[in-house]
Design a protein around this ligand. Structure first.
Ligand code: PLP
Length: 295
């Protein structure tokens, strides 16, 4: 079975008849030229995407990811995605990779060919990166000023802070800056001193008996992994809540994690060079949950 699988997608309108679903996508050779030079994706990063984990053949949290795709498309004023189509393509792509191991499924929806307005879509499944050391030993992060105050998402919706857009060049630059400074990853901080999110992750902080994460209204992406963890904690009777977190609170926390769909939970072992406690037991429990089939 192939380790990498790619599909080219002709995104259907939301009200398309089910009879068109099967013919609306096709598998293509990974790495083949499937992107038109006049697509808005390469020129403007104008589109939205999602990254889902496939664990031992099971695609995690399909509906929360599709819900966020719809929200991102709405924020970007893209046509509403046809979820029946995306569900079918996700299922087909997952069937094509081996039934054991971790894979990352990326789906992207661009504004399409200049001048639009017909979107283009792709799906690419690749083996998941090796996150074992990050999940067990933890990661060192640096805080980086995002240059906007908390709540910028609501004051300036055109910044698209709550959408998962294809414009991730700035996020990649933040990770490079972290590596340049000898760390593994970054945590964005608002210009007024509040913890926001990682460039590709949500931040979870445990203070005493409660696990907290910044509210989406702070101007961050609402993480599917964070939401799944909050549901899991609620079932176990652990308090979990959204609230603002200062950098000092992060530094004084009992434990903290960067969480996202493919990495799962990586404990934060240091912030700006200051060591943080790593709760190996809680982290192992969290990752056992995140790696188990869940929807
Ligand atoms: N915040 C940002 C900016 C992200 O890019 C991501 C994921 O890539 C997340 C948060 C975490 O989202 P999820 O848990 O849905 O992967």
């Amino acid at each position: 079975m192939p380790e990498t699988v790619s599909f080219l997608v002709d995104p259907l309108p939301n009200d398309a008849s089910a009879e068109f679903l099967e013919a609306s996508f096709r598998e293509i050779e990974p790495g083949s030229g499937a992107l038109a030079v006049n697509d808005f994706a390469p020129h403007r990063g104008d589109g939205v995407f999602e990254t889902l984990a496939i664990i031992d053949g099971h695609v995690q949290e399909v509906e929360p990811h599709l819900g966020r795709l719809v929200n991102s498309a709405r924020l970007c004023e893209l046509p509403e995605p046809n979820l029946e189509q995306w569900r079918l393509i996700i299922a087909r792509a997952a069937e094509r990779v081996p039934a054991t191991g971790e894979y990352a499924l990326k789906l992207a929806l661009s504004r399409g060919l200049d001048p639009g307005p017909k979107p283009t879509g792709w799906v690419n499944v690749t083996p998941g990166a090796d996150f074992r050391a990050a999940r067990e030993d933890g990661i060192r992060v640096i805080t980086l000023d995002r240059g906007v105050a908390r709540g910028a998402g609501e004051r300036a919706p055109w910044l698209l802070l709550g959408a998962k857009t294809l414009s991730y060049a700035a996020n990649m630059a933040a990770i490079r800056e972290a590596k340049r400074r000898g760390a593994d990853d970054a945590v964005y901080v608002s210009s007024d001193g509040f913890v926001l999110e990682g460039p590709t992750s949500s931040v979870l902080v445990r203070m005493g008996d409660v696990v907290v994460t910044p509210p989406p209204a702070a101007g961050i992406l609402h993480g599917t992994t964070q939401r799944s963890i909050f549901g899991h904690l609620a079932e176990r009777g652990v308090d979990a809540e959204y609230r603002d977190i200062t950098v000092d609170e992060l530094l004084g926390a009992d434990a903290a994690w960067l969480v996202s769909s493919v990495r799962m939970a990586a404990p934060i072992a240091a912030v700006d060079g200051t060591p943080m406690p790593v709760d190996r037991h809680a982290t192992a429990e969290l990752n056992a949950y995140l790696l188990s089939p869940r929807d």
